[in-house]
Write a protein that binds this ligand. Sequence first.
Ligand code: ADP
Ligand code: MG
Ligand code: MG
Length: 247
Amino acid sequence: MLKIEGLTAEVEGKEILKGIDLEVPTGEIHAIMGPNGSGKSTLSYVLSGREGYEITGGSATFNGQDLLAMEPEERAAAGLFLAFQYPVELPGVGNANFLRTALNAIRRGKGEPELDAMQFLKLARERMKALSMPEDMLKRGVNVGFSGGEKKRNEVLQMALLNPSLAILDETDSGLDIDALKIVAEGVNAMRGPNFSSLVITHYQRLLDYIVPDRVHVLMNGRIVQSGGPELAKQLEAGGYNSVQAA
Ligand code: ADP
Ligand code: MG
Ligand code: MG
């Protein structure tokens, strides 16, 4: 499980996370909601080990391991997956090679044999079929010319291939049409199981109609100010974040 205690972090000398306490047990899906600028992306970047974020206090462990002491590659090998809010485009890098390189890096980290191109293609085709993704998305440059929905489908494919034990999805619903949103939700729901947990970060209640979370947490001004069941998301949709602030 993921266990965060008293986590504080700064960006460029400014305190953004002001003491985060959060536990996501294995097998559960938790949502983090909150207004723009509350620190949601900062939390996901800190957990993934992105540069430029200074941890000033507290702890984060993943299955008992000190997550914050691990290199980003070690976090990935330990089963952490982060879907980025703005996926990068990599012209000239074929999507299949990109995905296979990412998968093999994780397999090496776990001491598992790497997949050759044929083995990878077989696996990728299986997963893409399950996700109703056109095969030509493997041949194109990474995210080049992909629509917003296709980028998200590609992230879901990446997640399905890497088979993480903890997936952090940041604002996966921004700019998504309803069909793409359902594909993302189906991708997450298909991963559900006793060895998978997820932290779904979103502005909107809409996504949580399709991914029903076990718990919902409200992040405001660098702190989790309220936690509850799926009904909390409905309450936020009806009353806005002010309804929580006042509570
Ligand atoms: P959210 O994802 O909830 O919208 P962010 O984590 O992106 O919030 O940002 C939280 C706060 O941190 C904002 O006030 C933002 O301006 C600030 N911030 C984020 N990244 C940087 C950065 N690289 N440099 C300076 N301030 C930043
Ligand atoms: Mg934002
Ligand atoms: Mg954000």
